[in-house]
Write a protein that binds this ligand. Structure first.
Ligand SMILES: Cc1ncc(COP(=O)(O)O)c(C=O)c1O
Length: 441
């Protein structure tokens, strides 16, 4: 089993390795990127993203939808849209705006998520996306009313909460009682309700119940169950379905003792299932898709922060960096994690330095919660060194409390074809005043 340092070194190697002792993704020294754009910053590696989307498509033999929530940075979305490798799955009208601006075709966009407001549904209808994956019977009626008022038709996917649980995952959003989806017991009612509205086009079904799934066999069984639910829906509809959205939830091995999700083994099993079911006339012309976020982008990203202080306290070395939980909530274990474990970290300035064990790496946020890890192996840490947090391409920038402690926001940089492109400039201290109205009296 790889240590976190081995993992970080392997990830660094995949992104382009080192030059003159420092991390140099695609051959560009990290110090040069830091000099040009300032620290802290998120670095995304374009070829890694595109390669991963392709690998998934080839392995599972279906369409892939990129879950924009994982990384809604416009440049990242543009890259995926431009390469025509995937569609988009969005969860808010903000993400819809990003997906459209990035160039995803409306017929390749699906929208899932509870609590869609009337304004969001209006935007869905306006954009004419492939499917609004409805989360409740009430949403079907609201959507129909809005589409009718606008004189338009709109595609509908029924997000079904299956009775059976997907085992072997680390966060469940289905197979249990919750705010997501329509209970499988209401499948017939949902189909009939959708068909009763002439403005709605029944596309098919959507099931997304869990994330961080690593076990192949339970996931295959889950997909087989989704095929069966889809066939039942087609029976109620009296005609073939146009879409089965299998969700996904493929895991990323962020932490110690975790191994990669076996994509090839899953793909083999899934393609067998697909071949068995796709000839059923109830699925004639059906689009099959997986929607994935972290699995497509997590390993492409490194959060890079600079050591501002290196201090000893009672025999322990603390490296204090210029960014922390305010920029990268998930990597500091503050996104609801029960056990706080560290992501793979490296001293990017001294790739072949002598590792010091048991180092604590803490951010600037004045709370002991602001810690990337308290027992990190880090090479010769010195003030000014660049510290890299790997697996940071997903749920980083947009999943953080950027306003916490009023530090400037980090920059976002995309490395693509050997060039570093600034996607979003880092902030300035004065940004904290933006949008605020001073008291006049
Ligand atoms: C409906 C839906 N689809 C896709 C995703 C993306 O999950 P992941 O990034 O784990 O692939 C999520 C995550 O919350 C989700 O809720």
């Amino acid at each position: 089993m790889l240590t976190q340092t081995d993992k970080a070194l392997e990830l660094a190697e995949r992104l382009g390795g080192e030059r003159d002792g420092e991390f140099a993704p695609s051959g560009v020294p990290i110090s040069e990127i830091a000099r040009n754009f300032g620290t802290p910053f998120y670095l995304y590696h374009g070829e890694t993203i595109v390669g991963r989307v392709r690998r998934v498509r080839e392995a599972v033999g279906t369409e892939v939808s990129y879950s924009v929530k994982a990384n809604p940075s416009l440049g990242v979305c543009q890259l995926i849209a431009r390469e025509r490798e995937a569609g988009a799955e969005v969860a808010s009208s903000g993400e819809l705006a990003v997906a459209l601006a990035a160039g995803f075709e409306p017929e390749d966009i699906v929208f899932a998520g509870p609590g869609k407001t009337d304004d969001e549904l209006r935007r869905v209808v306006e954009a004419g996306i492939f499917a609004d994956n409805v989360e409740s019977l009430g949403e079907i009626d609201r959507l129909a009313k809005i589409a009718k008022a606008m004189g338009r038709e709109i595609g509908v996917g029924l997000r079904i909460n299956p009775t059976a649980q997907l085992m072997g995952s680390q966060m469940r959003m289905g197979g249990t009682v919750g705010q997501f989806g329509i209970d499988q017991a209401e499948l017939r009612e949902a189909v009939e309700k959708t068909l009763s509205h002439p403005e709605l086009i029944l596309r098919g079904i959507h099931v997304y119940t869990a994330t961080q799934v690593f076990e192949v066999e339970p996931l295959l069984e889950h997909c087989r169950n989704i095929f069966e639910i889809a066939l039942e829906a087609a029976d109620y509809a009296g005609g073939p379905l146009e879409m089965i959205d299998f969700g996904g939830g493929f895991g990323v091995p962020y932490f110690e003792k975790m191994s990669e999700f076996d994509l090839e083994r899953f793909g083999e099993g899934f393609r067998e299932l697909l071949n068995a079911y796709r000839t059923d006339p109830r699925l004639e012309g059906c689009r099959f898709l997986f929607e994935l976020g972290r699995y497509l982008v997590a390993d492409s990203g490194v959060y890079v922060t600079r050591a501002v202080d290196v201090k000893q306290t009672r025999g322990k070395t603390f490296v204090v960096t210029d960014g922390g939980m305010n920029h990268h909530l998930t990597a500091t274990g503050n996104m609801g994690q029960v056990f706080r474990k560290s992501y793979p970290l490296l001293n990017l300035t001294r790739m072949s330095g002598v590792p010091e064990e048991g180092v604590a790496v803490a951010g600037p946020c004045c709370t002991p919660l602001d810690m990337f890890g308290s027992n990190i192996s880090l090479a010769d840490p010195e003030v000014g060194d660049l510290i890299g947090v790997f697996y940071s391409g997903a749920y980083g920038f947009s999943a953080s409390n950027l306003g916490f402690l009023s530090h400037p926001a980090p920059a976002e940089v995309l490395l693509w074809r050997g060039e570093a492109h600034l996607l979003r400039a880092g902030g300035k201290p004065e940004d904290v005043l933006d949008g605020q109205e001073p008291l006049e009296s």
